[in-house]
Design a protein around this ligand. Sequence first.
Ligand code: 6PG
Length: 473
Amino acid sequence: MPTQEYDYGMIGLGTMGRNLVYNMCDHGYSVAGFDKDASKVDSLEKEADGRKVLGAQKLEDFIASLKSPRVIMLLVPAGHVVDMVIDELKPFLSKNDLVMDCGNSHFTDTDLRTEQLAKEQIHFMGVGISGGEYGARYGPSIMPGGAKEAYERVAPMLKAVSAKVNDEPCVSWLGPGSAGHYVKMVHNGIEYGLMQLIAEAYHLLKECLNMSNDDLHNVFSKWNEGRMKSYLIEITANIFAQNDEFSGKRLIDMILDTSKQNGTGQWTSQSAMGLYLPIPVIDASVSARDLSALKEERVAAQKILQWHKVVFKENDSELVDWLENALYFSMIAVYAQGMSLLQRASKEYHYDLKLDEVARIWRGGCIIRSVLLEDILSAYSDEPTLPNLMVNNQLALKLEQCQDGFRLAIKTAIETGIPAPAMMASLAYFDGYRRGWLPAKLIQAQRDYFGAHTYERIDRKGIFHTQWDQKQQ
Ligand code: 6PG
């Protein structure tokens, strides 16, 4: 077995791990890989095609093959598997070794692991990686967090393997501790939002206009040529054109209508709730997946909960136009919510995130890449402490231009009984955020009425409580 020969170690040789190994090799790095599944280790070497790759069947051999101080990357399922791997690794690690968790770990786990390994003088980094299989192989967006010095050690490699936009690598040190995993979590929350919004547009186009899959392919392809150009719109257009190998029909028509999830969207909502920061589009998107999973209940309810079907009678091309406005408007709203959550979390957890950098590294390689990120990048470059993307002058103008169409699209959803929870949440968020006056005063009065929770006044400072005239019924 070779000793101290390999630049990097990779534990977890599933789709992401294996592809990242080959990507690293293509950029001149030698990598040793280890996986509990011996067949994955075998195929890593078999498919190496002359690259300097080692597939180690034993953890001891894997460790011995690495140059010291070691850099070991983990691409294993989030949760207890990460802890198990770290526990197994620990006896073999030495001072100054660096472990990089490149999976979708919960940020609080990352903070704990960083703390625990620091006691043994082992460095730990939480690194978000986005881009799926293709991204891992040819250039993902990489969101590293942890000690800056640890990042510097691996920065040349991360820059080399990452996606590039205008020759700039889509990677940047984001902040200490769990900053990288937090940003990746919010990336996924935005991903949930965008996917749900696109699904709602699909639902409206399909049911109101009886669009065929070819029509849908054409609409999304056209949208992808304009201001909504993005990875998710692009793959949506492709999906409608995909034939099914079994039925001869379009594949989309053969897929069961319940969406699954691995938890990162839910974590985003939970974290935002914990920070008292509204991200209603992401919340609605998580709930919409949950609702879709109630398939049996939905099928039963369909027979009970009737509504008078209203047929869409306006011009077809008008609805397509309204929906383009609705989707674009909502895309801005969901990015705005994700960014404002990052801003709040950055203060709370002392990440000191640079939001322009976040926008910059999301422009390539990741699932939420879109041309809109160019506007977001310039918004935060002009004003790093912008309280909300929607109040950036350029974006505020774009929202205004979309508003009429957006409201008509929502009106159509309401009239035809087609659920559009994420689009509606986008509009309500906008309508709430742009009002200096909200009815929250009534909630304060009610709280004080039944629970003496006190309220503040508009005409004098202090906290007040009133003995309300309680007329019992
Ligand atoms: C990415 C993706 C990736 C994964 C999602 C899927 O950025 O490459 O976000 O991390 O595909 O976690 O999430 P769900 O299974 O929850 O939809």
